[in-house]
Design a protein around this ligand. Structure first.
Ligand SMILES: NC(=O)c1ccc[n+]([C@@H]2O[C@H](COP(=O)([O-])OP(=O)(O)OC[C@H]3O[C@@H](n4cnc5c(N)ncnc54)[C@H](O)[C@@H]3O)[C@@H](O)[C@H]2O)c1
Length: 257
């Protein structure tokens, strides 16, 4: 029997088969979880539906997480299909490409608002609607994806670093709020992985080389290693862990020089 047999979870943020959300989905499915998916817009629907089919998912819905009505609708629909929710994977971030190059000091007010809204606030918005379905007594797990640029300055990451810092603080506040309901909230701070979102960051290839040269494991993290960590955080193996930022980065973040 799998670690997640009988458990149900929703995956937010699959764009294609390179997405970290998809690697999380595969790891969770392999351990017996039943999955629901959301996608952002028709173009991504064409990629997400076949992936969802391949893990026998029956629930695949459009959801722009920048829109509260759409989030509400998704969880209302999910509540009609499922009588419980055990985990949520939030793997969503967005900033205008122009904000992900050059200097942070040039960040626009609108670019700041958009990056913080989509990349940080959406976790809180999703938690609000997901929690009633997680109140079945067995507890639940909410997992988000963050990056080292929240802690230290990473060239070109700019406003996304500020958004990830807000996201990590949100993880701690949500963990404190939801602990009594046995709902755990954690983040995975993943090392750089070649995905659609990552390729929007100026100089991303240099980042991969820099990390592989300096990380204790002398390589970059693989997407399936992020998936396995999501499995740990969604399963009972991590029952005592909440409010945590788990670095899955081949050790890069421990290095001083
Ligand atoms: N790839 C990396 O190097 C890396 C490292 C650390 C953390 N992360 C984080 O992992 C998460 C997933 O990114 P990824 O690298 O797998 O890239 P990805 O492009 O595959 O996924 C990003 C997802 O965000 C979704 N999204 C953006 N705006 C949205 C909105 N308004 N509503 C709904 N969905 C929206 C996109 O549709 C896409 O599915 C992000 O939070 C990213 O910051 C990525």
């Amino acid at each position: 029997m799998g670690l997640l047999a009988g458990k149900k979870g929703i995956i937010l943020g699959v764009a294609n088969d390179h997405s970290l959300a998809w690697y999380c989905a595969k790891a969770l499915h392999e351990q017996g979880a039943e999955l629901a998916f959301t996608y952002q817009g028709e173009t991504l629907e064409r990629r997400v539906r076949p992936l969802a089919d391949s893990v026998n998912s029956k629930f695949v819905q459009q959801c722009d997480l920048g829109n509260d009505e759409e989030i509400k609708n998704v969880f209302e629909k999910l509540g009609k299909e499922w009588d419980r929710l055990d985990f949520v994977i939030h793997a969503v971030a967005f900033a205008n490409k122009a904000e992900l190059e050059g200097h942070y000091v040039d960040t626009t007010r609108e670019g700041f608002r958009l990056a913080l809204d989509v990349s940080a606030y959406t976790l809180t918005a999703v938690a609000k609607y997901a929690v009633p379905m997680m109140n079945h007594g067995d507890g639940g797990s909410i997992v988000t994806l963050t990056y080292y640029g929240a802690e230290k300055v990473v060239p070109n990451y700019n406003v996304m670093g500020v958004a990830k810092a807000a996201l990590e603080a949100s993880v701690r506040y949500l963990a404190a709020d939801l602990g009594e309901q046995k709902i755990r909230v954690n983040a995975i701070s993943a090392g750089p992985v070649r995905t659609l979102a990552a390729m929007g960051i100026s100089g991303f290839r240099d980042m991969l080389k820099h990390v592989a040269d300096r990380a204790p494991l002398k390589r970059n993290v693989q997407a399936d290693e992020v998936g396995k960590s999501a499995l740990f955080l969604c399963s009972d193996l991590s029952s005592g862990v909440t409010g945590e930022v788990l670095h899955v980065d081949c050790g890069y973040s421990i290095m001083g020089m």
